[in-house]
Design a binder for this molecule. Structure first.
Ligand code: ITT
Length: 179
């Protein structure tokens, strides 16, 4: 059993579908520092959690990186989602010819007393002109891949291509390689 420390139920469902039932959600919080990269946020968070839990722990930090906005909101994605939301991102993109964007995910995983391992994933796509779809969460309604938004995909289809599907898939490979 692995503790997944997150406040985000959408992430939890996606991770559980990738890994099976061996995940337990812990909404206990950890300090998310202001840093330049998702990796730094994850490493700092894992240091804080080390020793607080009695088994294997994972956390994940994700973000939306928009090319025309020089990578914004990036490490500020949670704050931007809470404040300006998807409508605010679309407003910032008014008139932008380049709609390219990435979702990125960094997973940190450690067993008690062991080094932290990082696993990454990235999904390239485009910022839509208007939100579409009811699935997923966060920025999914405004992030398009192959003409449909991530919110218009089912969870399994999202996991097959997504940043989180890749990072958690890499973690699963790592774990299965050791048993
Ligand atoms: P934690 O408790 O795990 O930190 P969080 O929701 O704060 O949950 P992040 O900091 O990793 O998660 O996410 C930053 C923001 O990006 C947040 O507003 C998410 O809703 C959004 N986000 C993360 N993954 C996403 C995905 O797969 N699709 C759409 N939006 C996503």
């Amino acid at each position: 059993m692995i503790y997944f420390v997150t406040s985000n139920r959408g992430k939890m469902e996606e991770a559980r579908a990738m890994l099976g039932m061996e995940l337990s959600q812990m909404d206990i919080g950890y300090p998310e520092i202001q840093a330049d990269t998702l990796e730094e946020v994850v490493i700092f968070g894992m240091k804080d959690l080390a020793g607080r839990l009695d088994g294997p722990v994972m956390i994940e930090d994700a973000g939306l990186f928009v090319d025309a906005l020089n990578g914004f909101p990036g490490v500020f994605s949670a704050y931007a989602q809470k404040t300006i939301g998807n409508a605010g991102i679309l407003r910032l993109m008014e008139g932008a010819k380049d709609r390219g964007a990435s979702f990125r995910s960094v997973v940190g995983y450690a067993e008690p007393g062991e080094e932290v391992r990082l696993f990454r994933g990235e999904l390239r796509g485009k910022i839509a002109f208007a939100p579409r779809g009811e699935g997923g969460f966060g920025y999914d309604p405004i992030f398009e891949v192959g003409g449909i938004t991530v919110a218009e995909m089912g969870l399994q289809d999202k996991n097959r291509i997504s940043h989180r599907g890749q990072s958690i898939g890499a973690m699963r490979e790592h774990l299965s390689g050791r048993t």
